[in-house]
Design a protein around this ligand. Structure first.
Ligand SMILES: Nc1ncnc2c1ncn2[C@@H]1O[C@H](COP(=O)(O)OP(=O)(O)O)[C@@H](O)[C@H]1O
Ligand SMILES: [Mg+2]
Length: 255
């Protein structure tokens, strides 16, 4: 437990009377590739938003490298090394692929004081280096000069990951990175995520079970806002409660 990079205790998020997340005791080790799965509406995205500081918890605590980060907003968590890919929502379509990554890298290098960066040319060099490195990691470097809005769906999703990478995270949160991709693109992105997982801790929400079972060190299953099960891919596959939750989801329409 002591070398957990990210950990939550009693974590919860209420929207009015509705608990989208509750009683989540969660811990991930440095370097782990952890999948978070569950039926639609299970609370997966809410959980990642709590970890990223996009939304604030209504209950419980979050610790990153042993330090309590519960009250910190997203930019401060990014500065510490937690980044979430935002399903293309934070891509500037009229800017180039490279410029999108530079903007993210700028935020990281300059911390919370963006104007400081212009005082130091060394930092601008850093920004370019980080941006190019992020693009190389997702194999988008050949498209660096293309307008982000002109990318294919799969390349936009990979740019979204690159933007997160340009903040130099230690923990990378990916919410359905292959959703809507063709089989070829899924295969390519699967390989990229495996590569990223060698460099950092990756938390991954995905519905593609073939991918999840092949890629994960361990899996956390959320159901109705709570942890239903945790284990290796083999353990989760064999778990009767997990199978029931998925089946129930299809017949009852969730929550
Ligand atoms: N901002 C919000 N206000 C009210 N309810 C929300 C909000 N965000 C999510 N929810 C509800 O919380 C539940 C979990 O949503 P979500 O975390 O998106 O699930 P998942 O990502 O597992 O599909 C859903 O019932 C959803 O309608
Ligand atoms: Mg979701």
């Amino acid at each position: 437990m002591s070398d957990a990079i990210l950990e939550t205790t009693g974590l919860g998020k209420r929207f009015g009377a509705f608990a989208a997340n509750s009683d989540i005791d969660f811990s991930v080790q440095e370097g782990e590739l952890r999948a978070v799965i569950g039926p639609n509406g299970a609370g997966k995205t809410t959980f990642f938003n709590l970890l990223a500081g996009v939304t604030q918890a209504t209950d419980g605590e979050i610790r990153f490298r042993g330090e309590r980060i519960t009250p910190l907003r997203a930019p401060r968590r990014v500065a510490r090394g937690i980044a979430k890919a935002f399903q293309t929502a934070n891509i500037y379509p009229s800017e180039t692929v490279l410029q999108n990554c530079r903007l993210a890298a700028l935020a990281r290098v300059s911390g919370l004081f963006a104007f400081e960066v212009f005082r130091s040319s060394r930092r601008l060099v850093d920004v370019d280096g980080i941006a190019h490195e992020a693009l190389e990691l997702v194999e988008l470097e050949p498209l660096a000069g293309v307008r982000a809005g002109d990318l294919s769906h799969g390349d936009k999703k990979r740019l979204d990951i690159a933007v997160a990478l340009a903040t130099k995270p230690r923990v990378l949160l990916l919410d359905e990175p292959v959703a809507g991709m063709s089989l070829d693109e899924v295969r390519k992105t699967d390989g990229l995520i495996r590569g990223l997982a060698k460099r950092m801790t990756v938390l991954l929400i995905e519905h593609d079970m073939t991918m999840i079972m092949g890629i994960s060190d361990s899996i956390t299953v959320l159901h109705q806002g709570k942890i239903l099960a945790e284990g290796t891919p083999a353990e989760i596959r064999a778990n009767a409660r997990v199978q029931e939750a998925y089946l129930g989801g299809h017949t009852e329409g969730h929550l």
